[in-house]
Write a protein that binds this ligand. Structure first.
Ligand SMILES: C[S@@+](CC[C@H](N)C(=O)[O-])C[C@H]1O[C@@H](n2cnc3c(N)ncnc32)[C@H](O)[C@@H]1O
Length: 557
């Protein structure tokens, strides 16, 4: 396909929020010149305000019916902002359609810049980018935060004694320690640390704050047996290794070999030594395999819409999407735009539905590992369909065997909790607004960007716990863990919905005794087991391969 036509199709998809800029350009197998495509899309979006005004004032779209809005903006970008002009054959009718009006378009460009106060390059001041702090995770496998702080102070940076309130990015050349994650340092927006010796040596990991929440919440103990089910490119995996002090064992599973290779490179650089990478679908793991019966903790960060991810240009994509929508509305009477809009809406709904089903399947699969006790589920999506809906459906299916970890164990000091949405009852557990508020309090959300957001990517985390020894009835509602009244009520409610609670309680008791026996065996066998099981799993491991640098993917995770 012609490069510009392909770019226009990508802009259209961005306008319909069908993906991120990086995903649709750098991560798009159909795009051959990915870097050029990425640059053209980013630059066109950056100049969208000015170019749209040129389009409007010149009436180009009415004069040249064969041009659509996205294609026209891209061609205008190259005509008006690139010395080399439109890179296509002069015989291409779309180029001819624009070039016919070249003089008029150039004059409108000059006027548009003056009218909207754009810079000489056609950029609208202050709209270039959202200023987000640069979050840095100190890799505790290599250094302590104090050592890193001292290094930066010695380098003439000023260390602020506390995070500002309300939260704000630090001023130039200053930094502070994050108030929720003690291994995290917060630097000014645009701090480029890629060449810093501590980054190069794997001490500093450039990881968004919200992306550190799942592993911090799962908090596996040092000797845990962990699966990171959808692991690549691996920042959460390396954080798990860090919190386990390289003890225990982590199986990092991902379907995508290219991304898994990045995981191997990143985790090696980070000094992780307890990770085995597995190029397979988490959904197909055989939970009866002896290795997997040892799994105690699972981190699940499955594919999602990515709607919470912000990068410097996301607000421009939002603005573009809004404009696109307006343009479609304006065309409604003549071109059937309403139908197009409805179809786009329907497509988005379907996409969220199938993502939600996949996400539920992942967590449901995790719950089938016989000895797993804790599962963290996360997305970088802002949509309830991938978050609260998924959690509610899982509770509907698996409560009371599984419950949500209470707020006390899920970043208790983090202010932004889940949404108390009415997405249906969970018989015996959730039926009133009060119940919904309590469920929401167990969940963690981050709202993307600022100033009303949390100055990080949009994110969601829920933590499920197998109902265990403390409340061995298995029936206590999550927020009434030690409340006898609550347990009684729930038993009755469970009877009402037809679940044989005495059978459930007996089964759990039996399991508890079995687990106790197993535990005794394990304490003596851990080291030996590790050696033999490594052989078995490593037979499946994909060989380490040379892979290209991919900082984009690394930083996104
Ligand atoms: C949101 S990304 C994970 C990011 C990762 N947790 C990190 O922090 O670096 C989702 C990943 O799930 C992988 N994936 C999708 N379906 C999968 C499956 N059935 N089994 C394993 N991995 C899968 C994708 O290839 C992708 O790498």
């Amino acid at each position: 396909m012609n490069f510009y036509k392909q770019a226009a199709a990508i802009l259209d998809r961005l306008g319909k929020k069908e993906g991120s800029i990086k995903g649709l350009t750098l991560g798009n197998a159909e795009v051959t010149d990915k870097k050029r495509m990425y640059a053209l899309i980013c630059e066109t979006l950056k100049h969208n305000a000015t170019l749209s005004l040129v389009l409007q004032e010149s009436k180009l779209l009415s004069l040249e019916k064969k041009l659509n809005r996205s294609l026209a903006l891209l061609l205008l970008h190259d005509l008006l902002l690139q010395n080399r002009g439109i890179q296509a054959s002069d015989a291409w009718p779309m180029k001819q359609a624009v070039m016919k009006h070249k003089t008029r378009l150039k004059a409108e460009f000059v006027k548009a810049k003056i009218k909207i106060g754009a810079t000489k390059d056609g950029l609208v001041e202050g709209e270039e980018e959202i200023l987000m702090p640069r979050y840095v995770r100190v890799n505790l496998l290599k250094m302590t935060p104090k050592q890193v702080i001292d290094t930066f102070i010695a380098d003439n940076w000023t260390f602020l004694p506390a995070a500002p309130s309300p939260p704000a990015p630090p001023a130039p050349n200053t930094f502070y320690r994050d108030e929720h994650l003690d291994f995290m340092l917060v630097f000014p927006p645009k701090s480029d640390l890629h060449l810093h010796p501590l980054y190069v040596s794997g001490v500093l990991i450039l990881q968004d704050k919200a992306s550190c929440f799942p592993a911090a919440i799962l908090a596996p103990p040092k000797d845990a047996y962990v699966i990171d089910g959808c692991a690549a490119p691996g920042n959460k995996t390396s954080q798990l290794a860090m919190s386990m002090g390289n003890g225990g064992k982590i199986i990092a599973c991902d379907l995508d070999l290219r991304r898994l290779n990045i995981l191997k490179r990143l985790t090696t650089k980070a000094g992780c030594t307890n990770i085995t990478a597995l190029n397979t679908s988490f959904l197909t793991l055989d939970t009866s395999e002896p290795d997997y019966t040892k799994v105690t903790h699972i981190l699940l960060d499955p594919s999602c819409s990515g709607s919470g991810i912000i990068n410097r240009l996301d607000h421009l994509v939002d603005a573009y999407a809004e404009e696109q929508e307006q343009a479609i509305i304006l065309e409604t009477t003549t071109t059937g735009g309403a139908a197009e809009r409805a179809a786009a809406e329907e497509k988005k709904k379907e996409r969220l539905k199938s993502l939600g089903e996949f996400q539920i399947e992942c967590v449901a699969k995790a719950m089938t590992f016989p000895n797993v006790r804790k599962i963290s589920y996360s997305t970088c999506s802002i949509y309830a369909e991938e978050n609260e809906h998924v959690v509610t459906e899982l509770l509907r299916r698996y409560w009371p065997k599984w419950k949500l970890s209470p707020r006390a164990k899920v970043l208790p000091t983090w202010h932004r909790r889940g949404y108390a949405l009415d997405v249906g009852d969970v018989p015996g557990l959730v039926s009133t607004d009060e119940d919904r508020a309590k469920v929401a309090d167990c969940l963690v959300r981050a709202v993307p960007g600022g100033p009303d957001g949390d100055l990080m990517n949009g994110f969601f985390v829920a933590c499920f716990e197998r109902v265990g020894e403390k409340d061995n009835s298995g029936l206590a509602p999550l927020w009434k863990e030690s409340n006898i009244e609550g347990r009684k009520r729930t038993r009755e409610e469970m009877a009402a919905i037809g679940d044989d609670d005495s059978r459930a309680a007996t089964a759990i008791k039996k399991k508890k005794n079995k687990n106790k026996k197993k535990k005794k065996k394990k304490t003596t066998g851990v080291v030996a087991n590790h050696q033999t099981e490594t052989g078995e799993i490593e037979a499946k491991v994909v060989e380490h391969e040379e892979e290209e640098e991919d900082d984009e993917v690394e930083e996104d995770s």
